[in-house]
Write a protein that binds this ligand. Structure first.
Ligand code: C5P
Length: 235
């Protein structure tokens, strides 16, 4: 399943783009920039057009505040929402309970999947040390993924390079959401993604959801780009 990262700086551009693709072929990720400029109204519009929305706001705060934020996301009817696992056990419990206790009318008939971010892929071992984490990034990803499993969340966001390792110790039903995916024929200019994987390899490694941005949003024909990626995965 593909999630297109809707990395636009205003709602007009985002809406113009989504009118060129098909909800059957992709879900949408709305992140901090677009949500800050366009707000909940845009999320509602995207959902009215038939798209499932992953609200990628990576909540990280005291348990009560995160629970309230997650509840607000659920009441918007989004399909997926995320928090930082490093917020700790009580914050993860509060987020999970906020979703579980939401009434179905509040959440537009369904409850969002709750996903955790472990270690930001921009952080390396040295940067982790500078914030007091002595373990390697790999060890820290493992620790925070285990914490996420233990506290009953639905999955983690991780690099496609980490999926195989993560799959080795999480339950089969635990979800992995992976950015850093590039189609075999990548045409993104000045691509800043390193250590990428193709969609087929990411799925083969055990990824459940591929987050792909520019290869789709900057394509001359985004619908065709999505169809091509589906074809590559199917073959
Ligand atoms: O355009 P591109 O395919 O690189 O977009 C990937 C999306 O996934 C962006 O929204 C980016 O912020 C997000 N992301 C990422 N790497 C992570 C976490 C999130 O690229 N480790």
């Amino acid at each position: 399943m593909i999630i297109t990262a809707l990395d636009f700086d205003d709602s007009a551009k985002a809406l113009e783009f989504v009118d060129r693709i098909d909800p059957e072929l992709s879900r949408l990720k709305v992140g901090k920039e677009l949500f800050t400029t366009a707000g909940p109204g845009l999320v509602e519009q995207l959902q009215l057009k038939g798209f499932d929305v992953f609200l990628d706001l990576k909540f990280h705060d005291i348990p009560n505040t995160v629970a309230s934020a997650v509840r607000a996301a659920a009441s918007l009817g989004v399909w997926m929402v995320n928090v930082h696992a490093s917020g700790g056990p009580r914050m993860l419990d509060a987020a999970r309970e906020a979703i579980q206790s939401g009434s179905s009318s509040e959440s537009a008939g369904r409850k969002p999947l709750l996903i955790a971010v472990t270690v930001l892929t921009s952080m390396d071992d040295k940067e982790l040390q500078s914030i007091g984490v002595a373990q390697s990034a790999e060890e820290q990803v493992r620790r925070l993924t285990q914490l996420t499993v233990d506290h009953g969340l639905d999955g983690v966001v991780c690099s496609p390079r980490e999926v195989q390792h993560i799959r080795s110790f999480v339950p089969d039903t635990f979800l992995t959401v992976t950015p850093g995916v590039r189609p075999a024929t990548n045409t993104v200019k000045n691509d800043d993604q390193r250590r990428v994987m193709t969609p087929s390899d990411a799925i083969r490694s055990g990824s459940n959801f591929l987050v792909i941005g520019r290869p789709i949003t900057q394509a001359d024909n985004p619908l065709e780009a999505l169809q091509q990626i589906h074809l590559q995965i199917a073959s």
